[in-house]
Design a protein around this ligand. Structure first.
Ligand SMILES: Nc1ncnc2c1ncn2[C@@H]1O[C@H](COP(=O)(O)OP(=O)(O)OP(=O)(O)O)[C@@H](O)[C@H]1O
Ligand SMILES: [Mg+2]
Length: 281
């Protein structure tokens, strides 16, 4: 990857200058699942996201990259109104999910967060059994009626998360007793259990070793067939392995978006090139 990067960057390309803050690249996709337009996010008086517009396509993995503090997590949290939980946070603009603005006052955030699920940096299983970690949300959302329905969802979600074989004989043991990588797959199973359409992942592998990371990356590739995934990562190798499109953020602006291959081999903005070649960040 580094070699490819170097070779391509030696080519003479005219890059947008560092002070240009307008998004470069195609923000549209033919088959969008989420459509974000002119999204601004403020924490009190401080603006953390400025006028971001981007589509997130069906069955695609969108990677969000950029230096620490550029607003990746803030933007990701907008996509299922997780920022509502932060008092000082205010979001303007439009985020359409299946054609409906998720910030419309009539939208109930509880089902929204089931349809647009989230997996965090640090695995956070509930202090309950493995079984209950997965069964809890389908029960709360009224998706299951009987014990056999619940058993079925628990098994299929753990299967999809690639964890079933490792835990099927100890479903009654605490989720917190699993290894870090297993806990993260349990959290993915928990998100999948309510049949989401979109899964948001904020640095899901940053607390994991390379083997556990590889398992999660394989899983992301499998899940793409069924879900739309937006993933924040600090690892450019990871972004290039798992995503089809990449969005590069810098100081609250979406600087460039394009196919992952283009962003990592022939970016059009000087800031993107600086970042992917490790000049800062
Ligand atoms: N709860 C909060 N209250 C106030 N400011 C916040 C809050 N969360 C984030 N910010 C600010 O918003 C900006 C963007 O932060 P954010 O966490 O979205 O960045 P990030 O790109 O995810 O960074 P990192 O890569 O370090 O996770 C930063 O300036 C940060 O200090
Ligand atoms: Mg973050």
């Amino acid at each position: 990857m580094q070699e490819v990067l170097k070779q391509n960057i030696v080519e003479k390309r005219i890059l947008a200058p560092r002070d240009s803050r307008k998004t470069i690249g195609n923000i549209n996709v033919p088959n969008p699942r989420m459509v974000c337009r002119n999204v601004n996010v403020y924490y009190g008086d401080k603006q953390a996201i400025r006028n971001v517009s981007i589509d997130i396509g069906c069955n695609e993995v969108l990677a969000m990259i950029g230096p620490s503090g550029c607003g990746k997590s803030t933007f990701l949290r907008c996509l299922n109104r997780m920022n509502d939980t932060i008092d000082s946070c205010r979001v303007t603009g439009e985020i359409l999910f299946d054609g409906r603005d998720i910030y419309d006052p009539s939208v109930d955030v509880v089902p929204l967060r089931a349809q647009v699920g989230m997996v965090f940096q640090k695995p956070n299983p509930f202090p309950k059994s493995i079984y209950e970690n997965v069964a809890w949300a389908p029960k709360i959302h009224g998706i299951v009626e009987s014990k056999s329905d619940t058993d079925e969802i628990v098994e299929s979600s753990l299967q999809k998360a690639g964890l079933w074989e490792e835990v099927k004989d100890r479903l009654d043991q605490p989720g917190t007793g699993l290894s870090g990588g297993q806990q993260q797959r349990l959290c993915i199973a928990r998100a999948i259990a309510v049949s989401p359409e979109v899964i948001l992942m904020d640095e899901p592998c940053s607390a994991l070793d390379p083997i556990a990371t590889a398992k999660i990356e394989d899983l992301i590739e499998e899940l793409r067939a069924q879900y739309t995934i937006a993933i924040v990562t600090h690892s450019m190798q990871q972004a290039s392995r798992v995503s089809q499109r990449t969005a590069f953020f810098h100081l609250g602006d979406l600087i460039e978006v394009g196919t992952t291959e283009t962003i990592f081999t022939k970016p059009s903005h000087q800031l993107t090139e600086d970042y992917i070649t490790g000049r800062y960040g």
